[in-house]
Ligand binder design. Structure first.
Ligand code: IMP
Length: 293
């Protein structure tokens, strides 16, 4: 079964960053993305032992729960000298606060322990498995990988997760130092999506020059804040907020420094999830202070 334009597709994730990324991929093809979070679908525990197994488990649960086709992805970083770790545990290495500064340090420390920094650096790859499940139980999976080496200390403030320590083959910059467009031209998720597109999309041509919102792109900011861990990512986030203020000042709720600082003080004093990395709490508060009066 293929997907036609206008088909509603559930994006089987509650992670706003991931939902945003998958939307970026499928919306140009006229697919109407709905998030599992918006449909109040439960998030199943990732109990399988492979990327494919976990992607399948999430997609099948969302398709059954919603009665709609559902798309899920499972992804991670595999390091050769760590026998493929952190692998399916890539998110879990970041702990309950999803702190990828800590997760990257853990990877670097493990590599040091195994004496893996010799020569050209430890080999690693990102992998993404996309799974499309239909309510009738039919399932298709697609895989994409990008190979490279790791560096330490981590570099760059773009991207998320393990991006600042991964240098793709043929480049000298980390994913964290690249423009997001350059990363997405070669990323594991883009490659998995290309396979998905070839097999599942009913000869749909992407909409030309697809719709960037005219005003503030709050969803993009929220997605960036939700997955941010390190100081450099926070610096890049503040840089984007600064550009946004210059371009869309009229839409900011607190457009004077005095009002903005008062709102920031209020937001920071009301932070709920203290497990999160402090840089992420700050970024979320900075965004909220620009949105809420
Ligand atoms: P998942 O939500 O179980 O698929 O978790 C995958 C984890 O792998 C994420 O939380 C990231 O830490 C990591 N990961 C996956 N894709 C990327 C990427 O493109 N860049 C950096 N880290 C990634």
């Amino acid at each position: 079964m293929r997907l036609a334009k206008g088909t509603p597709v559930v994006v089987a994730s509650h992670n706003p960053g991931k939902v945003w990324e998958i939307n970026q991929l499928i919306q140009p093809y006229g697919l109407d993305a709905v998030s599992a979070g918006d449909l109040n679908l439960d998030e199943p525990e990732e109990t399988e032992t492979t990327f494919e197994g976990n992607a399948r488990l999430k997609a099948v649960a969302a398709a059954k729960g919603s009665g709609l086709p559902a798309l899920a992805d499972d992804s991670g970083l595999e390091v050769d000298c760590l026998d493929g770790a952190p692998g399916i545990y890539s998110a879990r290495w970041a702990g309950p606060g999803k702190d990828f500064g800590l997760a990257m340090k853990k990877v670097a420390d493990e590599i040091t322990r195994r004496d893996g920094w010799k020569g050209a650096g430890p080999r690693a790859n990102f992998i993404s498995v996309l799974c499309l499940a239909w309510p009738n139980g039919e399932v298709k999976t697609f895989e994409g990988k990008v190979f490279g080496t790791l560096v330490w200390p981590a570099r760059g403030g773009n991207g998320f997760g393990y991006d600042p320590m991964f240098v793709p083959e043929g480049d000298t910059r980390t994913f964290g130092e690249m423009d997001p467009k350059e990363k997405y031209a070669i990323s594991h998720r883009t490659r998995a999506f290309a396979a998905f597109k070839a097999a599942m999309l009913d000869d749909i041509a992407p909409d030309a020059g697809q719709a960037k919102p005219e005003g503030r792109d709050i969803a993009a900011f929220a997605a960036a804040a939700a997955s941010l861990s390190t100081r450099l990512e926070a610096a890049a986030f503040v840089g984007r907020l600064k550009e946004d203020f210059a371009a869309h000042r009229a839409e900011w709720k607190n457009a004077t420094l005095e009002a903005y600082l008062a709102a920031l003080e209020r937001e920071l004093s009301q932070v709920k999830n203290n497990d999160e990395p402090a840089w992420r709490q700050l970024a979320k508060a900075m965004l909220a202070a620009s949105e809420r009066s």
